[in-house]
Design a protein around this ligand. Structure first.
Ligand SMILES: Cc1ncc(COP(=O)(O)O)c(C=O)c1O
Length: 380
């Protein structure tokens, strides 16, 4: 077992926990330990583990037709796109399926450069947009740490988050402003309706494309379809992934009619994106969110976290819905370790004081009580 593991590139710090199976919001180890998962595999496991509708959809699609490329029209692909647009309740009419959040962001940038003919991008401090050449260029601090390429493919200006006075950096040279409406890696940091509306206005004034990266905060995680709904701001493009597939790799770029009208034949492309299995799971995720009223559950149970978990080392909250930041009086990594010793899995973030919760949307109030008890036990 150890020898086999040695063949994996050693790029990820490892939790002291080897998971063998999962059920609902619980992870199981081979030795019979049960761990409450409040992290969902970096925000992916929106329906938790072993969801019957999701599992059935994947198995049935695998048996019916496991793959055909985008050159071949597929009913399931068209249906997934229509379901997503309807689910979003936003002014989008076109969907481009890809495989990862970073890839969705790359394609959004291509569209912004094509539409504007400009070459500069504005991003926010503490942002995370992925690890590819363009997405990494937009990611705060990547250049000094892991970017790994000799130069970025375009100029990026980073501005302070929630700072209205910094919006003058957006100009007639700006092709796109890319933001996570609720920053994930940056510490479950919500930008708020006022700031996002100001960004929208500044983009309108300058002709820059406003791109919401909802790879982590979208697809129901805030208790609304997207954070764009929560804050009442319509972006020109929106990317989402993670919860979209509940573990099957799928991501998407959604475009307004104006952006979509600039998409030309062959301008964007992918082999695996929009494959039938990915599209079947997208439909299954939306089915489950709607039929199980999971948006209401996220709103209710996230309010319960705020009411019940201001205890022990937690002295404040930030974020939105199930992208929750628990502001701690001690380093979050120490609290994370102490919670895992008490069989609760949580995440840290770029902010050393913020513990990040990204639980499955099916989490219940009774499970929040387990978190409360553990935090009380850990103490201030
Ligand atoms: C906000 C945000 N954008 C983009 C990405 C990159 O997504 P992926 O790892 O699927 O490329 C992430 C991943 O954590 C993310 O949180």
């Amino acid at each position: 077992m150890n020898a086999a593991r040695d063949f994996l590139a050693p790029v990820f710090a490892q939790y002291p926990l080897e998971v063998s199976s999962g059920e609902g919001v619980w992870l199981h180890t081979a030795s019979g330990r049960r761990v409450l998962d409040l992290y969902g595999g970096h925000a992916v496991a929106a329906l938790g583990y072993g969801h019957p509708g999701w599992t059935r959809a994947l198995a049935e699609q695998a048996q019916t037709l496991n793959f055909q490329s985008n050159a071949v029209p597929l009913e399931v692909r068209a249906r997934a796109a229509a379901r997503l647009i309807e689910f979003s309740r936003l002014d989008f009419n076109s969907v481009f399926f890809v495989n990862s959040g970073a890839e969705a962001n790359e394609n959004a940038l291509k569209m912004a450069f094509t539409i504007t003919g400009r070459s500069e991008v504005v991003a926010l401090e503490h942002s995370f947009h992925g690890r590819t050449a363009a997405a990494g260029a937009l990611t705060w601090g990547a250049a000094g740490k892991w970017y790994g390429l000799p130069r970025t493919p375009f100029d990026v200006r980073f501005i302070a988050r929630r700072d209205l006075s910094a919006l003058n950096a957006i100009s007639e040279r700006t092709a796109a402003v890319v933001v996570e409406p609720v920053q994930g890696v940056g510490g479950a940091f919500d930008l708020g309706a006022e700031y996002l509306a100001a960004l929208r206005r500044r983009c309108n004034e300058t002709g820059a494309q406003l791109v919401f990266d909802e790879v982590q905060c979208g697809m129901g995680r805030t208790g609304e379809p997207f954070a764009a709904n929560l804050y009442g701001v319509q972006p020109d493009m929106l990317t989402t992934a993670k919860a979209l597939g509940n573990g099957f790799p799928v991501a998407v770029l959604m475009m307004t009619p104006r952006v979509a009208s600039a998409v030309k034949l062959d301008a964007l492309g992918t082999t695996f994106g929009g494959g039938p299995m990915a599209c079947a799971v997208v439909c299954a995720v939306i089915d489950a969110i709607e039929s199980e009223d999971l948006l209401a559950n996220v709103r209710r149970v996230s309010a319960c976290i705020r009411e019940r978990c201001l205890v022990g080392p937690v002295h404040g909250f930030q974020g939105a819905g199930f992208l929750a930041g628990l502001i701690c009086s001690r380093p979050a990594k120490d609290i994370q370790r102490a919670l895992l010793e008490r069989d609760i899995l949580t995440g840290t973030s770029g902010d050393p004081q913020v513990l990040r919760l990204l639980p499955p949307f099916i989490l219940r109030e009774s499970e929040v009580e387990l978190l409360r008890s553990a935090l009380l036990d850990i103490g201030p």
